[in-house]
Design a protein around this ligand. Structure first.
Ligand SMILES: Nc1ncnc2c1ncn2[C@@H]1O[C@H](COP(=O)(O)OP(=O)(O)OP(=O)(O)O)[C@@H](O)[C@H]1O
Ligand SMILES: [Mg+2]
Length: 289
C-alpha cells in the first residue's frame, strides 16, 4: 500500500485564549496527485485547517493541537522550515497578507520565495519569466506590488508560489478577488497542476467550478467538526436535507427531478454540468439513471 501524501488523524485544535475547539474530529487522507476541495460556512475552520496542514499551527499560532498530521509519512513538525516551504505552497485567503512588503516590483516579489531558498539568480529569473507568461502578468511586471488591485495581488501571490514549484499547493479562496476571466485562469492552472501530478487543496465557494476539478471533498460543519469526506459524487448523495450546505447546481437539479421522474436514491449523484446532462440524456431515452 502506498503511503498517503497527506494524512490527518484525530485532529483537534483550539486557538490560544479560546474556550472550545475551533476544529475537531478531522480524519482524512489524500494521495499524491489528488485535488481536495474544502467547503464549510464562514468561520467553520477552513483557513485554520490549511494552517494545520502546513505546520503553521501550533508553531506560529500556538494554541492546543491534538492528533497528527503526516506529510509523506512524517510528522509535519519534523520538517525544517526550508523543506516545508519547498514541499507546501500556501496561497493566502487575503492576498494583501502574502505581499512581502520588501520588494518594489512584481517581478522581484514573485522571485522572493526562491531568493529566500537561496536559489541562483539565473534560476530565479527563468522561473519568474515562466510564471509571468503563464499568468499573463507582463503588463504589471514592473509595478509596485502595493499599487495592484485585489485581483492582481491574488494572481501575483499565486505566481510567487508557482515559482517555488512545491509538491503540495494549498489555495485558500484563491478567486475571491477575481473576475470570471481571472477565476477561469486560476482553475486552468489547477487543472495543469493536476496533470503534473501535484497535490492540491482548494478552499472555494464556487462549487460548480470546483466540482470540475476535485477528486475528494471535505465538508466542515459550522462548529469545525468533519461532516463528510470522500468522492463528491458519493458523499453528496447522502447530504441530510437539514444540513446547511450549498449543493452544486447539478446536484440540485437532480434532486428536483427525483420526485417528478420517480428516481430512486442513488449511490452517486451528478455534481458537474456534464454529469447532469448525461443523466437527462438517459432519462430522455427512457433508461435508468
Ligand atoms: N488567531 C485566532 N485566534 C482565535 N480565534 C481565531 C483565530 N483565527 C480564527 N479564529 C476563529 O476560528 C474560527 C475558524 O476560523 P477560520 O478563519 O479558520 O474559518 P474559515 O472557515 O476559514 O472562515 P471564512 O470562510 O470566513 O474564511 C472562527 O470562529 C474564527 O473567528
Ligand atoms: Mg478562511
Amino acid at each position: 500500500m502506498t503511503t498517503p501524501l497527506i494524512q490527518l488523524t484525530d485532529i483537534a485544535y483550539r486557538y490560544p485564549l479560546t474556550s472550545k475547539n475551533t476544529v475537531s474530529g478531522l480524519n482524512f487522507k489524500l494521495n499524491r496527485g489528488q485535488v481536495l476541495g474544502v467547503v464549510g460556512v464562514n468561520g467553520s475552520g477552513k483557513t485554520t485547517l490549511c494552517h494545520i496542514i502546513r505546520g503553521f499551527i501550533p508553531s506560529f499560532f500556538q494554541g492546543t493541537l491534538h492528533g497528527e498530521v503526516l506529510i509523506n509519512g512524517q510528522s509535519v513538525n519534523q520538517y525544517d522550515d526550508t523543506e516545508l516551504s519547498q514541499l507546501i505552497g500556501y496561497i493566502f485567503q487575503n492576498p494583501f497578507t502574502q505581499i512581502s512588503g520588501v520588494k518594489e516590483t512584481v517581478r522581484e516579489e514573485i522571485g522572493y520565495g526562491l531568493e529566500n531558498l537561496g536559489k541562483p539568480s539565473s534560476e530565479i529569473n527563468r522561473r519568474v519569466d515562466e510564471v509571468i507568461s503563464l499568468l499573463n502578468l507582463q503588463p504589471i511586471e514592473y509595478k509596485n506590488p502595493f499599487a495592484l488591485s485585489g485581483g492582481q495581488k491574488q494572481l501575483v501571490a499565486i505566481a510567487a508560489i508557482l515559482a517555488i514549484d512545491p509538491d503540495i499547493f494549498i489555495f485558500d479562496e484563491p478567486t475571491s478577488q477575481l473576475d470570471p476571466a481571472g477565476t477561469n485562469k486560476v482553475f486552468a492552472i489547477i487543472a495543469q497542476l493536476k496533470e503534473q501530478n501535484k497535490t492540491v487543496i482548494i478552499v472555494e465557494h464556487k462549487l460548480d467550478l470546483m466540482m470540475e476539478y476535485v477528486d475528494q471533498l471535505l465538508v466542515l460543519n459550522r462548529d469545525g467538526t468533519q461532516a463528510m469526506f470522500g468522492q463528491p459524487r458519493r458523499i453528496l448523495a447522502h447530504v441530510d436535507p437539514d444540513m446547511e450546505m450549498a449543493l452544486p447546481t447539478a446536484t440540485q437539479i437532480f434532486r428536483q427531478l427525483q420526485p417528478k421522474y420517480q428516481l430512486a436514491n442513488q449511490e452517486t449523484v451528478p455534481v458537474t454540468e456534464r454529469d447532469i446532462v448525461t443523466t437527462i440524456q438517459k432519462l430522455k431515452r427512457g433508461g435508468d439513471v
